[in-house]
Design a protein around this ligand. Sequence first.
Ligand code: SF4
Length: 430
Amino acid sequence: MLVSSDCTYHIISLGCSKNLVDSERINGLMDSSGFKRAESSDEADIVIINTCGFIKSAKEESIDVILDELNGSGERHIVVTGCLTERYKDEITRDMPEIDMVYGVLDDHFLAELGKNLHIRINRTPEDVSRIPLFDSLPYAYIKISEGCSHNCNYCSIPLIRGRHNSYHPDLVLDDAKRAVAGGAIELIIIAQDITAYRWGDEGLPWLINRISEIDGVRWIRLLYCHPDHITDDIIDLVRNNRKIVRYLDIPFQHVSGRILQSMGRKGNFEVYHDLVKRIRGRIPEVRIRSTFMLGYPGETEEDFGMVLDFLQKAKLDRVGGFVYSREENTGAYALKGQVPEKIKKRRYREFMELQGRISTEKLVMMIGSEVDVIIEEKVDETTFLGRSEFDAPEVDGIFFLTSGRDIDKIIVRAKVTGAVDYDLMGELA
Ligand code: SF4
C-alpha cells in the first residue's frame, strides 16, 4: 500500500473565490498529511479538481476540465470535489466511472475518504491545519466568514449545494486572517454568499470586521457580496469610519424591476436601489460601487430590461458585471412561464455591456491626473509593475499598469493616473 509521503498531488480550482478558499484548505490538508505538491497535473499522482456547479457555463467548464484530465497522460488518480459533484454526485459517478473519487463539498471526512478510495495510508494525522495559498506570491487573501445562504432567491442553486447560512466562529475567521497576514497578505478580501448575513451572538458584520482590522500588518480590507436588501447604516458607517476598509462596496443588485425582483424572491425596486446608491455616496463620497445584474430572467420584458439600462445611466455605477439567466433544475425559477429565448438574452447582455463599457470609460478618464493607492501584485520587468487601485477587486475589475524606477513589488504605493484604456488604468509613482 502506498503512503501519502510517496505521492504527489495537484489541485485545479474552478469557479469563484469561495471555492478557491476550499481549494486552499484542501492544499493545507494534503501538505500537512505528507503529500508533496506537484507544479502541474501532468507531474502529479493525484489530480484534485475542485469544481463549480453554479450555472450552465460553469458546469460545462468543470466537465471539460474533468474530461481533459481523464484523457491526460500517465497513471494518475482523478479526484473530483466541489459544487458540481455535490449537486450531481450520482450522475457523475454513473457517467464517468473512470474518476477515482467523486466527493461533494469539502468537509472533515475528505482526507480519510481520499485515503480509503485511493488505497493510500495517510502518514500523519494533521492537527491545527491551516489553508495554504495555491498561488503563493499574491499580496492579498480571501477570508471566508460563513458558508451557505438562507435567502432562497428563486434562480439560485447555491442553497441546494451549500446549505443554509452558517456563520463561522469569529476565532476561526481571525485565525485565518492572522495566518494570511503572516504569509504575506496585506489586503484581506472578505467573502461569503452574503457577508451582511454574518451573526455571532448579538454581534454582526461591523464587529467582526473591526476585529479583523486590529490585526497588525493588515493594510486593506475589502468587502465583497453585500446583499442590497440588508445593507444597514451600521455597515455604511463601518466603511466610512474604518480607514483600513477600502472605499469600495460590492452590491449584487441582480435587477431593478420590482416585478422581476419579486419573482426572484428579492425585495427591492428601481427607486429603493437608486436611493441606496445615493445614500452610500452621500455618506462616503469617494466610494466606488460594484454590482452584477442578471439578464433574461423568466418573464423579463423589454420594459424590464429597459429599466436596467436606465438604472445604469442614472446610477452610473463604477464597476458592473452581467450574466444571462441560466435555467437550473430544482430552483423555483426553473418552472416559471415566460422563459426568455437565448437569442434575446444574448442581445440584451450585449447592449448592457456596451452601455456599461461607455460609462466605465467615462469614469476612468475622469480619474486621469488624480492620485490613488495601488497594491502591486506583479513585477513584469525592471520598470513595469501590475497592480490594482483601491477601487478595484482582483479578477473582476481592472488592472493598474505602473511605471517605476525602484522595486515596489507586493507593497501599496501612491500613484498618479496618467491614462485609461477600457477598464484599466496606467500611471507612475506620485
Ligand atoms: S443571496 Fe445570493 S447566494 Fe443567496 S440565494 Fe440569493 S443569489 Fe443565491
